[in-house]
Ligand binder design. Sequence first.
Ligand SMILES: Cc1ncc(C[n+]2csc(CCOP(=O)(O)OP(=O)(O)O)c2C)c(N)n1
Ligand SMILES: [Mg+2]
Length: 376
Amino acid sequence: MPIRTVYKAQIDHMQILDEDGKLDEKLAKNTLTDEQVVHLYEQMTICRTLDEVAFKLQRSGRMGTYPQNKGQEANAVGAAIALEKGTDWLVPCYRENAALFMHGLPMHYILLHWMGDERGNQIPDGLKITPLSIPIGTHMLHAVGIAWAMKLRKERGVACTFFGDGATSEGDFHGAMNFAGTQQVPCIFYCQNNQWAISVPREIQTAGETIAQKALGYGMPTMQVDGNDIFAVYKATKDAADRARAGGGPSFIEAITYRLGDHTTADDAKRYRSAEEVDSWKLKDPLIRTRKYLERKDQWSDKKQSELDERAKKITAEVVKTAEGIEKPHTDDMFNHLFSEIPAELRRQRDTLRTHSLGQEPGQVGLRAPGQAEHV
Ligand SMILES: Cc1ncc(C[n+]2csc(CCOP(=O)(O)OP(=O)(O)O)c2C)c(N)n1
Ligand SMILES: [Mg+2]
């Protein structure tokens, strides 16, 4: 019996808008209108302004650790506009702020989250968004579960989960991909390959030439896109969503991008990556590229830019005011959201906290007066 080839594969890379803001007209057909591009440019700018504000809040001790989205915004906005708000689920990691805002999450929730206030994770009813996943990769399983449920209920929705290059080395990632493939669930696996997992470079994250090829092992359509190109991100996500809605199962997208900031405010990326590398990626910045495109098409001006910058400043100042102005949480809140019926031991702890200061300031918030209404 001669040797025969039983499987052949290739991974395509798609770029539609190049670094100079030039468009591949053929590939761009039926993608984004100029009006939509302006909208996405505004969303990216507002998101980046919030990033800068959050960074300063952390540095001045008003917020905990914060992971900047800077440089990766095209992924979030391009995918978000390709998905249906209120129908499709977003299952995020922590570098997709703009997608969450576009699907309805009030911006101050993100600040509350990083200020360590759990109310930032209580997504308002009606929004199809799960809380940020700080454990790397665990949320892809949740996305597959949501997608499976939608399939069983014959709903039209798709679940799109975002994660990094590092997450694709986790066991949970492979479990999620395998199950999604065998059950053909309507799930989009969106990998933001930003070249680094904290200080671990992409080259040693996996021995494979691409991350996209990992999906071949799970029988999924897969491709690479330029993740700093809103057109390519939009097209890849829209095609994957259309396929999923038509019963075609899951898809994988590897988006090539770069985080221009440190991993988080607790990191100093200068210790492990060169200034030349960062500079080379600054030239590929999605905001610069999108603005160049709009200028080419006579859709943008310095005047519009300064109006937008002013608007972004105002919006984010208001967001900070809302986040910092929220009433302090009550100690009861620590017990209120985990169990429908609180176990006896936790009830005892909760009740003790109401009547004893436990070595803390007796005047602290949380010492509820006897007889005051209980939450549970
Ligand atoms: C299960 C788990 N292991 C380790 C960590 C610590 N950790 C936080 S971020 C990170 C790197 C993630 O890299 P990547 O998936 O590429 O995402 P990026 O931060 O680059 O967007 C690690 C190891 C964690 N949060 N969760
Ligand atoms: Mg990464």
